[in-house]
Design a protein around this ligand. Sequence first.
Ligand SMILES: [Zn+2]
Ligand SMILES: [Zn+2]
Length: 131
Amino acid sequence: MRRGSCLCGDIRYEVEAEFGPATACHCIQCRKATGSYSIAAPVPRDSLSIKGDPRWFESSPGTRRGFCPDCGSYLFWDEGDGSIWVSLGTVDGATGTRVENHIFCAYKGDYENLTDAVPHHREGWSSEEIE
Ligand SMILES: [Zn+2]
Ligand SMILES: [Zn+2]
């Protein structure tokens, strides 16, 4: 069981499943939503229980981003496909997972250093690697 919360603590969650491999996303939407870039990992939607009332923003058709309406913490990314991605910075304690891919690196900020050894994809997971 993993637990997490937003900055103010009004939204808390528990995850019964283990997180899948984490992805760092540098797309424009994730940059705007987080203020930097997103690091998140998927779990089955039915393994996540949310306490509190996140606000959901439909950032593209069928994809919703959940955040705390009070403190603004970006918590969840839901494509409606049965899994949900959890922002790993909101997990309290160990996550048990690790970044295995960077995606949409073509859109990363010019202030970022991408120096780790995992793949840096130009666009999505199946796109070519850059750098
Ligand atoms: Zn909050
Ligand atoms: Zn993104």
